[in-house]
Design a protein. Structure first.
Length: 143
């Protein structure tokens, strides 16, 4: 039988000498922590702004629905008070026209609110990315 003892082929290598040959860049922990803090502050601010924008849109939608229900209720009374079928038809046609115009106007207003929120968020993100790019350039220049 062959009974030879196992010998680790890496046992004779001095890894500390090999590691010393590599130039590992020093990490500026302070800069790294500050960048993380700025990113966290930005994300917190962006989240707060998004919630506020959503609240604004939801409030406005609630106002629009309330106004539509009030208009519908008033319309029912107007139609019932009309004396002839022709008057009732005219009032209903007028109501449909006003409702359509209100729907188009409300949709445009809500779209503008959404667009405004998205534009502000994108501009804030772009500014933070530009700032972060400058921070990375400055960190590289220090070395």
């Amino acid at each position: 039988m062959y009974a030879t003892a196992f010998k680790n082929p890496f046992a004779d290598i001095d890894f500390s000498k090999i590691a010393a040959e590599f130039k590992v860049p020093a990490v500026d922990v302070e800069t790294f922590v500050e960048t993380g803090r700025k990113n966290f502050a930005f994300m917190t601010s962006a989240g707060t702004a998004a919630v506020e924008q959503i609240k604004t849109i939801a409030t406005r939608q609630g106002d629009m629905i309330r106004a539509a229900v009030e208009d519908f209720s008033k319309h029912g009374s107007d139609v019932m008070s009309a004396a002839t079928v022709e008057e009732k038809a005219a009032k209903q046609i007028d109501f449909v026209k006003k409702s359509y115009e209100a729907a188009v106007s409300n949709t445009k207003e809500l779209a503008d609110l959404y667009t405004k929120g998205q534009t502000e968020a994108f501009e804030a993100l772009s500014a933070r990315v530009a700032e972060l790019t400058e921070e990375v350039k400055a960190a590289i220049a220090k070395k």
